[in-house]
Write a protein that binds this ligand. Sequence first.
Ligand code: 0XW
Ligand code: MG
Length: 364
Amino acid sequence: MRIVRVTCFRQLQPFVDGPYVLSGGRVDEGFDSLVVRIGTDAGVEGWGEMSPLGTMYDPAFADGAFAAAPLLSSALLGAPVASVARVLDRTLKGHPYAKSAFDMAAWDALGRAAGLPLHDLLGGADGEGTTLYRSIGRSDPDTMAATARKYRDSGYRRLQVKVGGDPQADVEHLRAVVAAVPDAELYCDANGGWQIGDARRFLAATADLSYVLEQPCASLRESVMLRPHAARPMVLDESITSVVDVMDAAQHGIDGVTIKIARVGGVTNARLIRDVAVSVGMAVTVEDTGGADIDTAAMAHLSVSTPAAQRAHTVDFHHWVTVSNGVGMPGTEGGMLRSPQGPGLGIEVTIGALGDPVVDEGGS
Ligand code: 0XW
Ligand code: MG
């Protein structure tokens, strides 16, 4: 099965809850999403999606993905669908985020051609679904407490509190959230915003609280130096970009990793890195940097096919944004993300929501 056409779209996806604020004054208003459709000589289509979080989260930005899209689209014409990841890597060195939606579209096409849901191609579903968390952006204690209550009341049992700024303020934010939702399971995500000393101050002042610490400092090295001072689970997100990073983290006593599909270049690498993380005994989250229904479907399949005993949680980005790009995602009752049962990603893309193509290579 070979690729005969590649079409790219751009969809702006404002956040339902307004600006999303990370440490260091990093803020974004919504996702700027690249949606890719591949057509094949078997008459089967595949869809993929990628959005970075603004220009400040990962070394990625939407304009970079759109600049690379014509090059990658024409390189894929005539390529076997099963070899897409290799063709993308031979065409463009680096820039994994720019390749992610193309790789995802190939997996969707393979699943549709096989008549199997994507989770069956990735190891099979283990259980019904994956625990969802909601992220509470940095703000003042009252606002963060109110946001925590709102998310808990709408069914999310797990909350990610954004920290990584002034440690004293972060302590007040966390305590306000704990007081508002004492029964919630908490992650404190610094998004790499702390120096080691900041993280130590935060840890010392919150020793009585229960939470998992996520990406306290920017680099793996700093986070590893912090490890002996943190008597609690620690997971890394931004500093995990490869199998080698997972091996380093495991060797240094890091408990879990968060794999972002876009950061690693698509479903192919996310699956590889996930399987290595599982095999070295880590807790694993598979999620992404942004997107709507298409991207959420991919996260759902990768997550549910991760062994349940080592699966941490994931996100329902299609509920984060005011627009949709597909129908067929199962409901999230009980704070769980379930994967569609139809072939491939298992959703029907709403092409009318995507506007005019920004790239269209090949023919039908
Ligand atoms: C909460 N997220 C999944 C959304 C953004 O892409 C960043 C990320 C995080 O862990 O900070
Ligand atoms: Mg994170």
